[in-house]
Design a protein around this ligand. Sequence first.
Ligand code: AMP
Length: 377
Amino acid sequence: MSKAILPGATVGVLGSGQLGRMFAIAARRMGYRVHTFSSKSDTPTGQLCDVEVTASYDDLEAVQNFARGVDVVTFEFENVPAATVEAAATHAPVRPSGEVLHITQNRWREKSFLAQHGFPLAAFRKVCSLDELRTGLDEVGFPAVLKTAGFGYDGKGQSKIQGPGEVELAFQSLNGQEGVLEGFIDFEREVSVVGARGLDGAFVHYGVVENEHRNHILDVTIAPAAVPPEVEREAVAIAQAVLESLDVVGVMCVEFFLQRDGKLLINELAPRPHNSGHFTFDACVTSQFEQQLRAVCGLPLGSPEQLRPAAMANLLGDLWQDGEPNWAAACAFPDVKLHLYGKSTAQPGRKMGHLTAFGDSIEAAKQTVCAARSALS
Ligand code: AMP
């Protein structure tokens, strides 16, 4: 096994958003140096890093220079081009591997991989033409959801197709990109499992959490989810098997639809810390960000134990509609932690920060986090 990369070493992060920021906080706390690479400057991650490199992901010379200056490379954003990862990998280990990134950055490859390995999924078909969409709909049925295969997140590049009259418009919305058609799932709720896998194959997880979305964007996470123990066991077993079959070194989130009959279907994978694991920053012995650091550095993983029931609420740019939110009002809730990502412009739908609240029960934690968020405006 390779030697552990110890405190004092430098970790390179491809991507520069809030996930990299929280990763950098965890890494700096443990005495690592952090460099970040993205096409932007004064970024949420860069503000916390020793070095912020601003260059295009296609500038492979800049990527190689970046990788030369660090001991290991990880990413916080899965839409990094494969060539960028390959260029980085010539100078430093990249964890998780470029192969994990390659599979999970494209819905078609991800679903095909999961289907080949026997994981439960909604029916899906590849769509490159209007004819393929029509054939796919004959097989999958209405309603269905058409998504771009690549570069989609938070419901971007998605359209629901209710009936034959909506087929052409949905196809046009792909804008010439390859698509994936999925059967629409009338789920009972959405849940996820964030897990971490070490360089030695050790696996830890944060249990099952429940995710409520608004406009396709995660709104509130409740941890732990109120699901029967058999659902919990099944979701964790699937998540562990997914991380093992992809040979992940790092953190991965497996998002599920929980159907009304209690069966789970995988919606999608995220090969990095995930919004539904933000509560771990405050609520767990070892956060998902520290776990990512430990995994990619080849250190033993920490305890994922959750100390209290918790709920997380995202703060989107919409909250700034009438000016700066009233931060003091949220801080007046003693069981609430405020996280802001250092983004200078608040656009509607943009993730600007989050709140985490604790309670004696998940209901109490959820009520508190929602009350604190309401107090902001
Ligand atoms: P995604 O980006 O694929 O995770 O989609 C964002 C959200 O859209 C999900 O969290 C669901 O709330 C909803 N959604 C996506 N795909 C489906 C589907 N096949 N059936 C029902 N809802 C879906």
